[in-house]
Design a protein around this ligand. Structure first.
Ligand code: FEO
Ligand code: CA
Ligand code: CA
Ligand code: CA
Length: 599
């Protein structure tokens, strides 16, 4: 039975029944409205979405594919900061079999994805990146302000600046860019965050999948690229643009794998790739202002057996001078986490010249340490984690929440205190308390807040409270957000219907008092989708969520690949029209009649 409220819980909504069908579902008393769909025109001169006649030029003026991170910043001077602002949305990747007709053919009885044509590649490149969109709530409904000067598409071709210690390094110079500072595009942007000074940051995650070709024999980047699985097959954009071919442009891949920063209030600003934050498969970059004014950014490297990081700025945040904060992310110290069995965590500095990070190990500068952040972490003996995703500092209770999504490759003899389960299929959440409650501290304490998975199956070893219902448990935590009251919300990636008869969704997780480890389902996605990017307005009256890859039933689903939008899809969300494909979309959730979400 759906629980209304566990004893001591901070959440009082009546939870949704877990399950799977073609539609999305939100808790009783709430409204979930589709706000922006793939293909929606973002400018007055943008063409209407026509899936049969899509072009790169149209896509560049329309909302992109596979929305992931969603961020919101109030419009400066807005009468109601929670009713008028800019939304920033990542477009992580493309699903050609769901985007275009005729992409899949049957060979020897098996579905095979056809190679991209140059035209299809160009559309997909324009469907990547991010969207900046001015939005306004009128009479309780959010809508795009199409005429806004702030609306912007960032794509795989947008000019960006490499900034921080790696800018100008020989290892990021290419035939097209002798300066090592000018890069085009951002790829596979997964999660992100707002900064305290009102910009957006966004992590380049699985960027290895876009590169193809072979490095020249004996090239110095061989070990570096191997550690990141570059090149990797899925996209192989080297067929269409020489810079993605390692044989022709061996350094281009060093120009990806960074956190980018975008100033949404200057639509002509050149996004910066903030190299001081390290290069790996970045999930998010959530930050908090420490007591002394320095800013601490928490960073996850989403790979099995990779690391948790944090970056502490050298400079201090000035709340009264936005311009003075704009390059805070260019200077500071990057740390990697080592979790000990005694419940302590140590943050080890990744600083050139310190410890093993010297010429003896092939590092000649801080730029070298940052380009090969993972190898630097290996040398320092950092703790190999179960796929670090969002890491969310909580300014209300002073703790930090680390989402570890899963790692089925962990063997019995690789189990440690911070990654306590072999074949970890459902993931877990770690809670950190930095020493003295100071986010800049180089030591802290930690414990496992939650081992995820179905608590009714003893072998899973989940640790949800007994108050958690059959709807309330989840696996594969990915994105997390803390609302203004300090409550934790977690969205998931991987609760596939084929395995569990339930979809991904947004869960409300109690962290305090006797309700600690109680979880409730607030919203669930349509068949085949993943839920990304929960984001609350400052007053918690709206939650924005991103429904990613609806209708994508995954490689294990028997019909995978035979499904395109002309065929038998598991859903046609959100339009439910026979001539419309599934469309990844951002959804705005509000309480009927108004009020804060979840209370
Ligand atoms: Fe793109 Fe780490 O999820
Ligand atoms: Ca995803
Ligand atoms: Ca993610
Ligand atoms: Ca994920």
């Amino acid at each position: 039975e759906a629980k209304a409220q566990a004893k001591g819980s901070a959440f009082s909504f009546k939870e949704v029944e877990a399950g799977v069908d073609a539609d999305h579902h939100v808790a009783e008393g709430y409204q979930a409205d589709v706000l922006l769909r793939w293909g929606d025109p973002l400018f007055p001169d943008a063409p209407a979405f026509d899936p049969t006649r899509q072009t790169p030029e149209s896509q560049a003026k329309q909302f992109g594919y596979n929305n992931d991170f969603v961020g919101y910043l109030p419009m400066p001077g807005a009468a109601d900061p929670s009713a008028h602002g800019v939304l920033f949305v990542n477009h992580e990747y493309t699903n050609p079999h769901l985007m275009f007709p005729g992409v899949v053919e049957i060979k020897d009885g098996k579905p095979v994805m056809k190679n991209a044509t140059p035209e299809r590649f160009a559309i997909e490149a324009m469907a990547h990146g991010a969207t900046v969109a001015e939005i306004r709530k009128t009479d309780g409904k959010w809508a795009l302000v199409k005429e806004s000067k702030y609306n912007r598409r960032i794509t795989a071709a947008t000019e960006m600046q490499l900034s921080g210690p790696v800018a100008g390094s020989d290892r990021v110079k290419t035939n097209a860019d002798a300066s090592g500072r000018k890069v085009f595009g951002t790829l596979n942007n997964c999660s992100g965050a707002m900064t305290p000074w009102g910009t957006f940051v966004s992590g380049e995650e699985n960027f290895h999948g876009y590169f193809s070709g072979k490095l020249p024999d004996g090239h110095r980047e061989e070990a570096n690229y191997k550690r990141l699985a570059i090149p990797s097959a899925p996209y192989a954009w080297g067929r269409f643009e020489e810079r993605f071919d390692l044989a022709k442009e061996p350094n281009e891949a060093n120009r990806f794998g960074w956190v980018i920063e975008v100033d949404p209030f200057d639509p002509n600003s050149v996004p910066k790739k903030r190299t001081a934050l390290g290069r790996f498969k970045h999930e998010g970059a959530d930050s908090i202002v420490a007591r002394d004014g320095r800013v601490v950014v928490y960073l996850g490297d989403d790979e099995r057996f990779d690391y948790v990081y944090k970056f502490v700025t050298a400079g201090r945040f000035d709340p009264n001078n936005r311009a003075a904060n704009m390059d805070l992310l260019d200077a500071g110290t990057l740390y990697v986490a080592k979790f000990a069995a005694d419940g302590t965590v140590e943050w080890l500095p990744l600083v050139f010249g310190q410890g093993p990070l010297t010429a003896a190990n092939g590092f000649a500068s801080q730029a070298d340490v940052l380009i090969e952040t993972r190898r630097a972490g290996d040398l320092l003996g950092a703790t190999k984690m179960d796929r670090p995703e969002d890491i969310t500092p909580n300014g209300v209770n002073g703790r930090v929440y680390v989402m570890l999504t899963n790692n089925t490759n962990r063997k019995e003899d690789q189990v440690d205190a911070a990654n306590p389960r072999a074949k970890n299929a459902f993931g877990h959440i770690i809670e950190i308390i930095e020493d003295g409650g100071d986010f800049t501290a180089t030591k802290g304490k930690w414990e496992v807040l939650l081992k995820c998975g179905d608590p009714s199956v003893a072998a899973v070893g989940a640790s949800f409270s007994t108050e958690t219902s059959k709807n309330g448990w989840f696996g594969m935590p990915d994105n997390a957000v803390v609302d203004s009251a300090g409550r934790l919300w977690v969205s998931t990636d991987g609760n596939g219907p084929q395995e569990t008869g339930r979809t991904d969704g947004l869960w409300a997780v109690d962290t305090e008092g006797e309700a600690r480890r109680t979880s409730k389902l607030f919203y669930r996605v349509p068949h085949g989708a993943e839920l990304c990017g929960p984001c609350f307005t400052p007053d918690d009256t709206t939650a924005f969520v991103a429904v990613q890859h609806p209708g994508d039933d995954g490689p294990d689903w028997p019909a995978f690949g035979r499904r395109s939008y002309y065929e038998d899809l598991s859903t046609r969300w959100p339009d439910f029209k026979p001539d419309m494909p599934v469309r990844p979309s951002v959804v705005a959730i509000t309480k009927r009649g108004g009020g804060k979400i979840g209370v």
